[in-house]
Structure formats: C-alpha cells, structure tokens
Design a protein around this ligand. Structure first.
Ligand code: KG4
Ligand code: ZN
Length: 337
C-alpha cells in the first residue's frame, strides 16, 4: 500500500504544507510572510500569528492540489525544531490535532535533517540521480551553517558548525547595511551577477578545523562602508553591483574551502549543498567548477527545495515512517533541537 505523508513546516516565517507519497512530492505549498520585510528581520510574534492564519487554508489547498482525500493520509510529519518557538507551536499543534483526529501516526522531524534529505525528494517525470552514502552535505541557511556527514537517511554526524553567524545571516546583515529589505540574500545574488567580484577585498576568517565564522566579515563590511560613505554619500548606490559581487565572492570562497577540506579529510566525494543559501548562483557555480577539479559527485537541489519547504519535511517523515519512528502525542516543539 502507498505511504502518504502530510508534512507541515512552520519553523520560521514560511507556512508550508506538502503531500509526499512513496517519496514523490504530490504538492508543496508555501505561504510567505511579507509582514517582516519592513522590520529588517523576522518578528517572532508576527510570524506566529501569520502561521495561525495560514495553516488551515494552506493544508486544505495542499491536500486538494495533491488530488488525495484526508483518508488517504498514512501519517503526519511536522518540524519539531530548531526554530522560533511560537512558530513551531502552530505547526506542531496542527499536526497533533490532525493525527489525533484521523488516528494516524505522528512523526517529528528535525528541520536541519530535512534540509539535507531534500536531495532525496522525487518528482514526477524523469529519473533522478540520488546521493549514495556516506554523503557530505554543506547546509547553509539563515540560521545554520554546518557540514553534515550522512551515513544513511537517518544517521547524521555534524563535522563543522558556525561559531557565530550563519552564512545566510552574513548575506542578510550586510544587505541591511546597504539598505536592502530582508532577506537580502536573493537580491545580493541578483546584483552580484552584474558586478566585479574582485572589486573590493574582504578578509577571510581563520577558523580551525571544519568550523565557520561570519561575524568578522559583517563587521569589516560595515566599517569599510562607513569609511567610504564619509568620502561619498552615494558610494553604495554607485557601487552596489561590485559590493554585492565582492561580498558574495568571499562568502562563497569561505564555504567552498571548508567543504573541500571536509572532503579531503574524510575521503568522501559524494557532496551536496542544502538550505536557503544553496540557492545562491555564485555558490552553485563555484562548486560545479570545483567538483570537476576534485572529482566530486556533486548534488545541487532544485531551487524550490533549497529554502524552507514542507516537501523536505515529508521526505524525512517518509524515511522515518519506513523505520517505524513515530512520536507520542505528548510531544512539544524544541527551539533548539
Ligand atoms: O533555509 P532558509 O529558507 O531558512 C532558514 O532555515 O534559515 O534560508 C533562508 C536564508 C536567508 O538568509 C536568505 O537570505 C538566504 O537563505 N538566501 C540566499 C539566497 N536565497 C535565499 N542567500 C544567497 N543567495 C540566494 N540566492
Ligand atoms: Zn531552513
């Protein structure tokens, strides 16, 4: 019999619901919350309220778009954490209620695990190349920057982590300094395409092992702009493209150096990227070139599965379902998983 998972993601500012059947995504809907743009970052209380308004209509639409009935659903998977507690509570409560009402299993999912397993989401039409294990994944998002070693779908080990800001935060905070709305990553990516990545040089941090650091870069970017703006108040406006290209260049180079180091250390050449920042075209291009040089089998997820989405929660729920890893109704969300 088919295994059909209803998946809920509400860890931050996107309300997403997906239906995944036997590993294939049948629907994956996302309601973005534009209310945060004016504040330069996600406001937790507003996020939680928007999730409450969105969750039921988005779930109804995802079920109907998938062309299934509620009776066809085998289990409900939801993001237990990490994330904003008030946001997680909405998705968790909805998932618990739905599972209880239909008397079907509940499956908790770690949001970071799900970003990595996004590589295993199957889509209709065409064979898909899947990573084999062991598999190294560079997980880069707004909240996390990690190098994760996957030994199987459900066994993972963190080899490297950021000691301060995440890569996405570096994009967003530097973008804020330039006056860009939140999240700035996509706009920096777009402007960088027209700029010179070597116009300005920003120092790379020295961090031991496989860990990362981005807060120094943010500070030096801020001081650099402060000095230039004293000489020319229009400096940012005149040099936007070069600033974005140079900033992106250094972030991409920090990330690609570390994943290359991890590959050499472990001898693993199955390499993937995941998370919102893996949508970045500079990172995708740099790693594609490096993959040829280093003989990697490189996996780059489809754009729609890089930023937060419920399909990745659904695929993780599917593998947990196959192993019978279910969650008790007494479960509470975890801001830190
Ligand atoms: O994975 P995600 O949707 O949410 C978290 O779990 O954090 O990642 C969001 C992050 C934001 O920091 C956003 O600026 C960044 O991903 N991002 C990008 C791009 N698209 C999204 N950063 C650089 N280039 C992009 N194209
Ligand atoms: Zn995420």
């Amino acid at each position: 019999m088919a295994v059909t998972i209803l998946a809920i993601e509400s860890s931050c500012d996107d309300t997403s619901v997906a239906v995944v059947r036997d590993g294939f995504v049948l629907s994956n809907l996302i309601a973005n919350q534009e209310v945060h743009m004016a504040y330069g970052g996600v406001v937790p209380e507003l996020a939680s309220r928007a999730h409450q308004a969105n969750i039921v209509p988005v779930a109804q639409a995802a079920i109907s778009r998938a062309g299934i009935n509620a009776e066809d659903i085998s289990a409900v998977a939801f993001t237990r954490g990490p994330g904003l507690l008030g946001s997680l509570l909405v998705g968790t409560s909805f998932a618990k209620g739905f599972a209880l009402g239909r008397n079907i299993p509940l499956i908790e999912v770690n949001h970071l695990h799900a970003h990595v397993l996004a590589h295993f989401i199957l889509t209709e039409g065409g064979a898909k190349r899947l990573p084999s294990f062991p598999f190294l994944c560079l997980l880069v998002s707004g909240g996390h920057t990690r190098i994760i070693l996957m030994r199987s779908h459900l066994e993972m080990e963190v080899l490297g982590n950021t000691i301060d800001d995440a890569a996405g935060e570096a994009f967003d905070k530097c973008g804020k300094v330039m006056g860009f709305p939140y999240p700035a990553g996509p706009l920096i990516d777009k402007l960088a395409a027209e700029g010179n990545g070597f116009a300005y040089k920003f120092a790379k941090p020295r961090v031991n092992g496989l860990d990362f650091s981005f807060s120094g870069l943010k500070t030096s970017f801020l001081y650099f702009l402060r000095d230039r703006l004293k000489e020319d108040p229009d400096f940012i406006e005149k040099n936007k493209a070069d600033l974005c290209a140079s900033l992106q260049n250094v972030i991409v180079s920090i990330l690609s150096d570390k994943i290359a180091k991890a590959s050499r250390q472990t001898g693993i050449t199955e390499i993937g990227i995941a998370g919102g920042v893996s949508a970045n075209s500079g990172l995708r291009n740099a790693l594609t070139v490096q993959a040829v040089k280093e003989n990697w089998n490189l996996f780059i997820p489809e754009l729609r599965f890089t930023t937060d989405n419920a399909a990745m929660i659904g695929i993780t729920g599917y593998y947990k379902y196959l192993r019978g890893e279910f969650t008790d109704q007494g479960v509470a969300p975890l801001a830190r998983y």
